[in-house]
Structure formats: structure tokens, C-alpha cells
Design a protein around this ligand. Structure first.
Ligand code: THU
Length: 147
């Protein structure tokens, strides 16, 4: 049986709202694709993040990693869930925006893939919620180095 923290509908919606607000800060003058994330730590703190692009392209940071790095940089390393919203520039979220492979790997570094919840939302009512393991099966993480 899968153990873990079961989020309520309200908690999920609150997290999506924070991701939607974070998306407004997206700095994406090159792709014009705006992403927002809200990372819920087990201590209850929420870390918003947005994508931050760069004229040299490769230094671009995804919204999910922005949220993770903000948290880790202030000493927070235990996480429950992340909500993600992304769509082309504009107010409307028109589609589900799934985390890229690099962001999945960063999640793998800090989260238990069996229980960490990834919420991909198209609106407050329409979202998919799955574990990190669903998004990154057979992932390589810190535990693999100690086997
Ligand atoms: N992006 C994210 O912020 N998160 C993802 O998981 C996928 C892609 C950003 C990076 C870039 O600024 C834009 O979306 C287009 O790839």
C-alpha cells in the first residue's frame, strides 16, 4: 500500500492558485511560454517559482527548479507536493504543462518518488495528480549511490 500525505481538494486548489500567481512573474521573452510552480514543503511553507529565461538560452531555469532551489537555498529539503501551470503567454492557462526531464531529476534528488505528489493543472478544477514515480519510473536518486 502506498503511504503518504493525502492532500485535500482545498489544499490542491490553494497550491494551484499560488502557481498561477507565480506564472505572472515568468521571464520568458524568448519562448513566450509562461510557467508557474508552487512547491509545498512538509513544514507547510510554500515556495513559488517561475521560469527565468536568458539571452544565451541555456542558462534558462524552469519554474519547478526555481521553486526547488529557492527552498533548498534557505535550508528546506522536505517536500510534499508541487503544482505546475504553464501555457503560452497570456492570462489563460490553456493546457496541461508537464515537468521536463531535468526538473523530474531535481525532484528525484529531494523527494521520495513513491509519495511526492506532482499536480499538473489546467484550471483550479481540472488537474492531474500523480506521484513522482509515475513521472520518473526507475529514476536514479541519492539512494542508488549507497547500494
Ligand atoms: N519550462 C518550465 O518552466 N518548466 C518545464 O518543466 C518545461 C519548460 C520553461 C522553460 C522555458 O522557459 C519555457 O518553458 C519553454 O521551454
Amino acid at each position: 500500500m502506498k503511504e503518504g500525505y493525502i492532500m485535500t481538494e482545498n489544499q490542491i486548489k490553494e497550491l494551484i492558485k499560488i502557481a498561477v500567481a507565480a506564472r505572472k512573474n515568468s521571464y520568458s521573452p524568448y519562448s513566450h511560454y509562461q510557467v508557474g510552480a508552487a512547491l509545498l514543503a512538509t513544514n507547510g511553507q510554500v515556495f513559488p517559482g517561475c521560469n527565468i529565461e536568458n539571452a544565451a538560452y541555456t542558462p534558462t531555469n524552469c519554474a519547478e527548479r526555481t521553486a526547488f532551489f529557492k527552498a533548498v537555498s534557505v535550508g528546506v529539503r522536505d517536500f510534499t507536493a508541487i503544482a505546475i501551470v504553464g501555457s503560452p503567454e497570456g492570462d489563460e492557462i490553456t493546457q496541461c504543462s508537464y515537468p521536463c526531464g531535468v526538473c523530474r531529476q531535481v525532484m528525484m534528488e529531494f523527494c521520495n518518488p513513491e509519495v511526492f505528489q506532482v499536480i499538473v493543472a489546467r484550471s483550479l478544477e481540472e488537474y492531474e495528480i500523480r506521484t513522482l514515480k509515475d513521472f520518473l519510473p526507475e529514476g536514479f536518486g541519492p539512494a542508488n549511490l549507497n547500494q
